[in-house]
Design a protein around this ligand. Structure first.
Ligand code: WTA
Length: 647
């Protein structure tokens, strides 16, 4: 990677408040029970032990799950940087999410309270989910899906979305979920890279009251996806959509002849067999297919859900993310289900029909654990504290934040207005690549606003310079992790070289996260943002290249550059610079047309807030656009080293 645009700046927020944990929370915490079982009262001593005994820790966690055959070896790192966890184990994550609970009282417990955008509700017990998953697995089998096949999922947040993931995993097949906010080109490219055989989509859905014609977007995409043989359509709206004979089938019709007592055994896959591919934006080029495995991934996600959110049998847990992103994979679907939790699944947005939607849901379902994003909090902050005050939200006991840095003001507002000045906030740092939360408080440690706090047990994180040398406390540098963890990605699908280059070769022999950070004298991390060309708009991860490729696919555009600019609400927004081809003139109409083009090809989330027509763009001698220079100029920051700049 040539674009390490981060210089050591010594910048450090002057935020000194510290919030100690409440003694009763500490006493009853899941992590406290585990610490005690290992003979520890003190978290620091326990953390130190966990670094030296990481395999014992992860063995303990893995033993809490069901294995068809136990693993023979916990970890192997002989072909560096590639590693393996739980070698020789035979496993199925769906067995651990569903089948295992059929023998306990969890069977009749609510798995999901679902609330639609329009306020409609459905309740599914673990048994309901089990029955539907078996039937869907049978339906997929009937369409020829088998172990190792890829199935693309492009759905709104309906229970069938959860079921689709579980059914695919049950068969030992591999899911690739595409966020419903992506448009047809993004969908097409991801399906083609994954070479998916089946697509599961819906007739459409409403989001914030707005109709999204998902099937139309899917049809557009699968015109150019030669590997798709069948497309299953979930009826969300019940409206008539175009169905291509021989290819498209409604889920209702697929399941019509499959009885409720259908049982499709879970495929006992190898621990290291793939569970899913999730595409995410990188520094350059096309999105990367981040590949996660069944075994280690499950163990990591199970343990972090248990310890970070401190989930107990009576909790009602709500993660407001979308299943199309990694947060939804790990902490809506797999983590809570493996823990036997009751969750809320919500299809809509925080402000529709009114800015108290979140709080009305918390009140209705007596949510006790809420996991959301800084953008959602900042958005709701703007509407004022009278909205949460309209509701009884006293059921809450733990709050969470994810996806982007949470500024101390938003943290304090969240704690004060939603947490009644007493609830702990788990500011969780992690990535699509990490599969599980790595840096986060647990409920037993003091909190500092705006800091994701400390690495979780066994995780060895540091802040280093370009050579991998620790920079010391309160100095800026690159965030790295020294030793693999079970839920870590194993490779980039079909591109192991890119995996090695991107994550292991930037700074020798350690996992390079792509974030800048500082660490204070107490070992608390503050994440400062990406050092590459990833843009985080409202916590959604976008790549400059995706937006630029869309723009240059428009007939009027010769060249384009996309950068992220700080935004008080969204964290960052997109600004693009466009050079038009000869014969085209800048105009308001042209600006509108180009923005619409990004919307219809990449998706609404990528539409630039700002578009500037430029006569030229700074480039390296080899012709690469220097986004770092453009960004620095735009923000009035020092441009840094421009020795390779052309002219
Ligand atoms: C950012 C989302 C600060 C970070 C789970 C990371 C955060 C990227 C935090 C990964 C946090 C995530 N504080 N920044 N608590 N959590 N990030 O793959 O830049 O969509 O590299 O995974 O989000 O985004 P991704």
């Amino acid at each position: 990677m040539s674009n390490l645009g981060f210089e050591n700046t010594d910048t450090f927020l002057l935020e000194t408040r510290v919030f100690p944990p409440s003694p009763s929370t500490v006493e009853n915490a899941n992590i406290t029970a585990y610490m005690k079982s290992k003979g520890f009262d003190d978290y620091d001593a326990f953390y130190k032990w966990s670094l030296e005994n990481r395999f014992e820790f992860w063995d303990d966690m893995a033993k809490e799950l069901h294995w068809f055959e136990p693993w023979q070896k916990t970890f192997e790192w002989t072909e560096k940087p590639f590693f393996k966890w739980f070698l020789g184990g035979k496993f199925n994550i769906t067995y651990n999410c569903l089948d295992r609970h059929m023998q306990t009282s969890t069977r009749s417990k609510v798995a999901f309270h679902w609330e639609g955008d329009d306020g409609s509700n459905r309740t599914l017990t673990y048994e309901d989910l089990y029955i539907l998953t078996n039937r869907m697995a049978k339906g997929l089998q009937n369409l020829g899906v088998k172990k190792g096949d890829r199935v693309a999922i492009y759905l709104p947040a309906v229970p069938e979305q959860v079921v689709a993931l579980l059914a695919v995993a049950r068969l030992g097949a591999v899911h690739t979920v595409i966020f419903g906010g992506f448009a047809s080109n993004s969908l097409r490219d991801r399906i083609n890279d994954a070479e998916a055989k089946v697509l599961i989509t819906a007739d459409g859905n409403y989001r914030g009251g707005k109709l999204i014609e998902l099937k139309k977007l899917a049809d557009e995409a699968i015109k150019e996806t030669p590997t798709i043989e069948k497309s299953i359509v979930v009826r969300r709206l019940g409206s008539d959509v175009n169905m291509q004979a021989g290819r498209d089938i409604y889920l209702d019709d697929l399941l019509a002849d499959i009885p409720e007592d259908t049982f499709v055994p879970c495929e006992p896959v190898d621990s290291e067999d793939p569970l899913y591919i999730l595409y995410t934006s990188g520094s350059t080029g096309k999105p990367k297919g981040i590949q996660h495995v069944q075994g280690g991934h499950a163990v990591g996600v199970y343990a972090t859900t248990k310890f970070v959110f401190d989930i107990k049998p009576d909790d009602v847990y709500w993660c407001t993310a979308d299943i199309g992103w990694v947060t939804g994979h790990s902490y809506i679907v797999y983590g809570p289900l493996m823990n036997g939790a009751t969750s809320v699944l919500f299809e809509g947005v925080p402000t529709y029909p009114q800015p108290d939607r979140f709080w009305s849901i918390v009140e209705k379902f007596k949510v006790s654990i809420l996991y959301t994003s800084p953008t959602a909090i900042r958005g709701l902050m703007r509407f004022g504290e009278e909205w949460p005050k309209k509701h009884d939200i006293s059921s809450l006991r733990i709050l969470g934040s994810v996806g982007e840095p949470i500024n101390p003001e938003a943290w304090i507002w969240y704690r004060h207005n939603i947490g009644h000045d007493e609830l702990p906030i788990m500011d969780t740092w992690w990535q699509t690549e990490t599969g599980m939360i790595l840096i986060s408080p647990t409920v037993v440690i003091p909190l500092k606003p705006g800091s994701a706090s400390r690495p979780l047990p066994t995780i060895e994180a540091d802040v280093v310079d370009k050579n991998g040398v620790s920079v010391g406390s309160e100095k800026g540098g690159f965030l790295i992790i020294r030793h693999p963890w079970p839920a870590q990605m194993r490779t980039i699908y079909k591109d192991p070289d890119r995996y090695v280059q991107t994550y292991w070769n930037v700074i020798p022999d350690v996992y390079f996260a792509g974030d800048a950070a500082t660490k204070d004298k107490d070992g608390y991390f503050r994440i400062q943002g990406r050092v590459d060309d990833v843009i985080k708009v409202s916590g959604h991860r976008l790549g400059s290249m995706e937006i630029e490729s869309s723009l240059v696919s428009h007939p009027a555009v010769a060249e384009a550059a996309a950068i992220g600019k700080p935004d008080p609400l969204k964290g960052e927004h997109v600004k693009v610079f466009v050079i038009l081809k000869q014969g085209f003139e800048p105009s308001e109409a042209m600006e509108k047309e180009l923005k619409l083009h990004v919307r219809t090809t990449v998706g609404a989330l990528a539409v630039p807030d700002e578009l500037e027509f430029a006569p030229s763009l700074p480039k390296t001698r080899s012709g690469k656009i220097m986004r770092r220079v453009i960004r620095a100029r735009e923000l009035g920051e020092p441009v840094g080293d421009t020795s390779t700049l052309d002219g």
